[in-house]
Design a protein around this ligand. Structure first.
Ligand SMILES: Nc1ncnc2c1ncn2[C@@H]1O[C@H](COP(=O)(O)OP(=O)(O)OP(=O)(O)O)[C@@H](O)[C@H]1O
Length: 570
């Protein structure tokens, strides 16, 4: 059984995901079906239009036979004109039906893809940080974009084409049998040969598709990372090295693509060859049979050959679908792996109640780490206290904070707020009240105002003004041509590090949380600005519990409590 393994680990174990053979058990099929269900009426309409188009297509060669045998060979002008007009009318009707079918089809197809992606995106938004620290961004994007597109194309487009192709083929076989049983049997023999050849090609195509996808993911992950860190590349004069690395990745991708394309071509070429042989065979054996006195007319022979040639489109379509299925299996396993990653538990549904924070016997170990980063931590923080959380770099301060707002799950020990274990508090309620400003600020490429309002879009102008002043945003925003409406670059790159941190602080303050944690969120401020900001936080949120993490030599007297987290002491 093939598996797709996300580089994600929980408790030290990578998540291995079964191949789609087992997907019925895993709910993947149910998920895709639930996204298709709202489209059932539209799908039925498409099916109906497809049947009409198939019937119109099947009628054409029959009319050709009537034109040759009843019109041209019989010298009947009226039949020639009548059948000719019928053929033109049928072609125009086919065009109209085709257009209507495409219109409905495109809309259905896009809606299904968007529904699938929205669902998967919503799931990704519930995943814990540990997941994002393990998966490469390019890999994640490929799953959300390429893999999902492949799944959708198969679920909608391929299945509909398959239905239309199968209908055409069934219709063709019926018509062919009525025209000449012998020729139909000859065709059947060739199709059996075709199937044998394809059975040999099939498993190879699946393996090669997987290898192409892996190489593609390596390349996109490389590009996403390097483009995001282009300054670092330039600073370290690594442009040539990076280019060489991309060339290496391209070389692997190219080699795999060529192999996959060759086998893919073979998969398509075999049915083509069979069809060409069939047409030659029909004319040769049919003509010999006619000369031998069999009851075959020229019109029948032409109609038969035309049907066989027309059958090439549905055969091609089925072959394409077959090749696509080999690729989709790879995509399905990758999408399924993403869906299988456990979301952060939403909590027991208890409402958040402000109160003392009590930590008892808290222990946390990262996967594969030799020792726990936090080992039996105990402490109590009174409601509304102002706390300085300090300790040497790497002692586990940020880990403790991630546990406090459930970015990490408690492995052992307990954290309670207001007497309730935090994992019983509804997650959204907890995160609305325990807000963290971290050192790495994450801003969006929109206006300063929209960034500040991100956690509370409905905030009024007076509240915004208050946090803008308290955080120090007001001081630099006043110098910008468009003030708070100034759009910051991607990730806020048009701002200085300190300015970005001020925006992040304003954003957190606007949420007016019961617990505000500033995890080195003022590290890029100068000393005076940091003291100003701390005073402003006190003024703005006097009743909130305020936990400040800072490596600066702050005045302990300015705090109600100082907590030292020292790994050696823990
Ligand atoms: N996602 C992770 N996976 C594995 N180990 C991690 C992870 N995050 C942190 N660690 C490790 O846990 C330890 C504590 O990290 P943490 O970020 O909590 O320290 P910190 O006290 O906040 O450090 P600093 O003051 O430098 O920010 C470090 O040794 C770090 O390497």
């Amino acid at each position: 059984m093939s598996t797709d393994t996300l580089g994600m680990a929980t408790g030290g174990q990578a998540i291995a995901v079964p191949a789609p053979a087992d997907m019925a058990d895993r709910g993947l099929r149910a998920w895709i079906t639930s996204c298709l269900r709202p489209e059932y009426p539209a799908l039925i309409l498409i099916l109906f239009l497809s049947v009409v188009a198939v019937l119109a297509g099947l009628a054409q060669p029959y009319l050709t036979k009537a034109l040759i045998d009843g019109g041209i060979l019989a010298g009947d002008r009226d039949t020639i004109v009548l059948v000719g007009a019928g053929m033109v009318g049928l072609s125009l009707a086919s065009l109209g039906v085709g257009l209507a079918c495409r219109r409905v089809h495109v809309a259905v197809s896009a809606r299904v893809l968007h529904r699938l992606r929205e669902d998967l995106f919503a799931h990704v938004l519930t995943l814990p940080p540990a997941f994002f620290s393990r998966i490469r961004q390019g890999d994640l994007l490929t799953r959300l974009e390429g893999d999902l597109g492949e799944v959708q194309r198969f679920a909608v487009d391929a299945l509909l084409s398959a239905v239309s192709a199968v209908l055409t083929l069934i219709g063709t076989v019926i018509v062919l049998s009525t025209l000449s049983v012998k020729l139909a049997l000859f065709l059947g023999g060739l199709i059996a040969l075709n199937s044998l050849a394809l059975a040999w090609v099939r498993p190879r195509i699946e393996v090669l598709s997987r290898r192409v996808r892996d190489a593609g993911v390596d390349m996109s992950s490389f590009l996403v990372e390097r483009v995001g860190k282009v300054r670092c590349v330039q600073t370290h004069l690594a442009e040539t090295r990076e280019l060489t690395q991309l060339q290496g990745l391209h070389q692997v991708l190219r080699r795999r693509m060529i192999d996959a394309q060759l086998f893919g071509y073979l998969g398509g070429a075999i049915p083509n060859l069979v069809l060409s042989l069939a047409v030659i065979g029909i004319f040769v054996f049919g003509a010999l049979a006619m000369l031998g006195g069999e009851a075959l007319t020229l019109g029948t022979l032409v109609a038969f050959a035309t049907y066989v040639q027309r059958a090439s489109a549905p055969v091609h379509s089925l072959m394409g679908i077959y090749m696509q299925w080999q690729r989709v299996k790879v995509g399905l396993a990758r999408v399924d792996a993403l869906r299988a990653v456990a979301a952060t538990a939403p909590g027991g549904g208890d409402a958040f109640r402000p109160g003392d924070i009590v930590i008892r016997g808290l222990t946390h170990a990262y996967p594969d780490a030799a020792a726990p980063v936090l080992d039996g931590v105990d402490c109590r923080i009174a409601r509304g206290a102002k706390v300085w959380l300090r300790g040497p770099s790497g002692c586990g301060k940020s880990t403790l904070i991630d546990l406090l707002h459930r970015q990490l799950a408690c492995q052992s020990g307990e954290i309670t707020i207001g007497g309730r274990a935090i994992d019983t508090i509804e997650l959204a309620a907890l995160r609305a009240q325990v807000v963290v400003v971290s050192q790495q600020t994450e801003l969006f490429a929109c206006s300063l105002l929209d960034n500040i309002r991100y956690g509370r879009p409905s905030a009024g102008a007076a509240d915004v003004q208050a946090v803008v002043e308290a955080s120090g945003v007001g001081r630099f925003a006043a110098r910008l041509p468009q003030g708070l409406d100034t759009v910051v670059g991607t990730s806020g790159t048009t701002l200085s590090g300190g300015e970005r941190q001020r925006v992040a602080l304003a954003r957190a303050l606007l949420m007016a949380p019961a617990v505000l944690i500033v995890d080195e969120g003022t590290s890029s401020f100068d000393e005076a600005l940091e003291l100003d900001a701390l005073r402003a936080i006190d003024a703005l949120l006097p009743t909130a519990t305020r936990i400040i993490v800072s490596h600066r030599p702050l005045d302990p007297e300015a705090f109600d409590q100082v907590i030292d987290i020292d790994r050696s002491a823990a």
